[in-house]
Design a protein around this ligand. Structure first.
Ligand code: AHR
Length: 671
């Protein structure tokens, strides 16, 4: 049965005018004695895009910025290959750092630094200040690695001959005052590129530390891929993820992760597509490129690391590839910037997509599966879903290319579910045309996107009730309530929560949903609001994050019908059950200024007493959790007893409550 909310939406309950603090009485009947509706068990997950420094300087735990001397003015006008590096001299020290490209480690990584030391003097060193400083924790170990090649013989620069005494290197971590807080020598290198490694153990902490590489002799040395990672990464992986940030994401219990974008995928013109092949293998062989959002993307956090992160979180991996057309806003054109791969070149492009499937799922002795195995994962990753396109402008060129790509994938891999795309809005031409193509090709899933006001979300709780169940299911790949000034308010978060109850109710047609965007580094944002903010030391989850976490941690695969009376327009509820654990979750959202006296009846026929936990998120509707005030709205949990199926709750104004009922047998809940 559909909740009586619809009656309210059509004006019934609106006829009552209420004073602000006057409580409203609501009777909610959770129909446990009626058959439940099967819904998606993968409803809530995450959408990760490398936007707002989400990867380099963010989730990717690398601490050195511009580690391979590939930054360029294409990314930011005042950047060059030496950005974020400087030479530090003391006493008689004489040295320079220049950029060269004659004999790189790999063609994908064409530039490197050349450190020429005429006199090591008091000190001749190069320094890197990381991403707004390097954050260092006392007692922690940091793994430094770099590639080096000796260059200097006597006074002649030569790549092929060594000086009798090769230039030696010493590594240090410095705190903000320039004090040495860790030090270790590096092994000697030869006249071919070799990887040098050492561990630095910090004696003190630093907020804005630096890495220093000191020359102990005069000479010349080529340096590249100078990399510093904390030893303590998420799940302890090398080339890993920042632990606190990855854990904050994992705490939402995402059922899936879509990556790596967003607009990032189809790029700023076809030359700027995200090319997954450039992001696998040894990091010194990956090819960085300008990120569409205006910074450098190393590819160090690449496809292997994304799939591994999914596996660590128990999330289904959903990579997205471009539909052979670029972002419609390429070149800041506001909708007219779509360019396309020529049809003659499409086969090559399609081959890359098929290679991706083999890389993820193929046996360890297949061409691409062997590269996955060489990276340490002989078992297949179990790729099932592949997004093709991202809210593209639905032009004839798009349709032709999408269809060819779709047919090629389905011919070669009928087991892969291709996710189509229906534009950047909840309606309009791209939406309609996208759905037309979906219906024509009989797609299984399409990706909808919309960023709207909190009111829009409250007013559209019925959106999916009328969707045709015989057509594609929906992946709501990007959504967020944008309040005035794009603030991170409780009001916006509650509108999202209300909408998520409607997604649960429609979990038979909405298969997946993810808030967007996920991550943002303070001071480096290109898009607001985002779900999780962070700086180098601290993670600042927003109130919307608390909502995502509450829903993520209480997902079910059965929707329990309910109805309610005495309601008004800003109340909504949903109940789901997890058939594996038998846990029952009732979500209640009050988006109004009135408290609600809620009487929940779990079933008229059932008689039981059981324990429940009520988790509440409430506060001032305009409150925000920001770095200045990270805890202005927090969740609180308390125990409750459901006595003879009945639970009375006083819901505060502007609140989300999740009632968790433990341990009833899934099939005989009402007996
Ligand atoms: O989530 C931020 C951006 O919003 C995504 O890159 C794009 O898909 C959408 O327009």
């Amino acid at each position: 049965m559909r909740p009586l909310l619809f009656l309210a939406s059509f004006g019934l309950a609106l006829s009552t005018s209420l004073n602000a603090s006057e409580p409203i009485s609501v009777d909610l009947k959770v129909r446990l004695n009626q058959p439940a509706k099967a819904i998606s068990s993968n409803l809530f997950g995450i959408f990760y895009e490398d936007l707002n420094y989400a990867a380099d300087g963010g989730l990717y735990a690398e601490l050195v910025q511009n580690r391979s001397f590939e930054y360029s003015a294409l990314e930011q006008p005042d950047w060059n290959a030496l950005s974020f590096w400087e030479v530090s001299l003391e006493g008689d020290g004489q040295a320079t750092l220049i950029v060269d490209g004659g004999r790189p480690i790999h063609q994908n990584n064409p530039k490197y630094g050349v450190f020429k030391v005429e006199d090591p003097g008091g000190k001749a060193a190069i320094r890197n200040r990381g991403f707004n400083g390097i954050s260092i924790d006392k007692g922690e170990s940091y793994n430094l690695s770099l590639f080096a090649r000796q260059l200097y013989k006597g006074n002649r620069w030569s790549p092929d001959t060594l000086d009798e005494k090769p230039l030696g290197l010493l590594a240090r971590l410095l705190n903000s005052e320039g004090e040495t807080i860790a030090e270790a020598p590096l092994p000697e290198s030869g006249n071919e590129w070799s990887k040098l490694e050492t561990t630095l153990v910090a004696k003190k902490s630093a907020i804005a530390g630096q890495l220093e590489i000191i020359a102990t002799e005069a000479g010349g040395i080529a340096l590249d891929m100078i990399s510093l990672f904390p030893n303590d990464t998420y799940q302890g992986h090398r080339n890993g993820l920042r632990k606190d940030l990855a854990q904050t994401i994992a705490d939402t219990k995402p059922q899936f992760m879509r990556f790596p974008g967003g607009c990032l995928v189809h790029g700023n013109g076809i030359g700027n597509f995200y090319n997954w092949k450039h992001t696998i293998g040894p990091i010194e062989e990956r090819r960085g490129q300008p990120n569409l959002w205006g910074y450098h993307q190393t590819g160090g956090l690449g496809y292997f690391e994304y799939f591994q992160f999914c596996e660590d979180m128990g999330a289904i991996p959903i990579p997205v590839v471009a539909a052979a057309v670029s972002c419609q806003n390429s070149g800041h054109t506001a909708g007219s910037g779509q360019s396309c791969i020529q049809l003659e070149e499409l086969d090559l492009y399609i081959e890359d997509i098929l290679d991706l499937i083999e890389w993820a799922n193929g046996p360890a002795d297949s061409t691409w599966g062997s590269k996955r195995a060489a990276a340490g994962h002989p078992e297949p990753f179990g790729l099932k879903f592949l997004g093709v396109g991202n809210e593209d402008k639905i032009t004839p060129e798009f349709e032709e290319r999408f269809t060819l790509i779709y047919d090629a994938i389905k011919n070669a891999h009928p087991e892969i579910v291709v996710i189509g795309t229906v534009g950047p809005s909840p309606d309009g031409t791209d939406y309609e045309e996208g759905w037309r193509i979906s219906n024509k090709l009989d797609l299984e899933i399409v990706d909808e996107h919309y960023y709207q006001s909190p009111d829009w979300f409250w007013q559209n709780l019925e959106r999916y009730d009328s969707y045709d169940r015989s057509k594609a299911t929906v992946y709501l790949g990007e959504y967020a309530a944008h309040d005035q000034g794009r603030k991170l308010t409780l009001r916006a978060a509650l509108a999202e929560a209300a909408y998520m109850t409607s997604l649960e109710r429609n979990g038979d047609i909405v298969g997946m949903a993810s808030y967007a965007p996920l991550l943002a580094k303070l001071g480096n944002t290109q898009w607001n609001p985002d779900l999780i903010y962070f700086d180098n030391q601290t993670v600042y989850p927003t109130i919307s994050y608390e909502v995502q976490k509450l829903f993520g941690q209480s997902q079910g695969d059965e929707y329990i019908h309910s109805d309610y009376t005495g309601i008004h327009q800003r109340f909504t509820a949903s109940t789901v059950r997890n058939s594996q654990t038998a846990q029952l979750y009732t979500k209640l959202v009050n988006g109004s200024e009135n408290p609600i006296k809620l009487a929940i009846d779990f079933d008229t026929a059932a008689k039981f007493t059981t324990d429940a936990t009520i988790t509440t998120l409430t506060g001032n509707p305009l409150a925000e959790n920001t770095f200045e005030n990270p805890n202005s709205v927090q969740t609180h949990s308390k125990k409750a007893s459901i006595i003879q199926n009945h639970l009375d709750i006083n819901m505060p104004p502007y609140s989300l409550l999740v009632v968790t009922v433990n341990g009833r047998p899934a099939k005989n809940f009402s007996n």
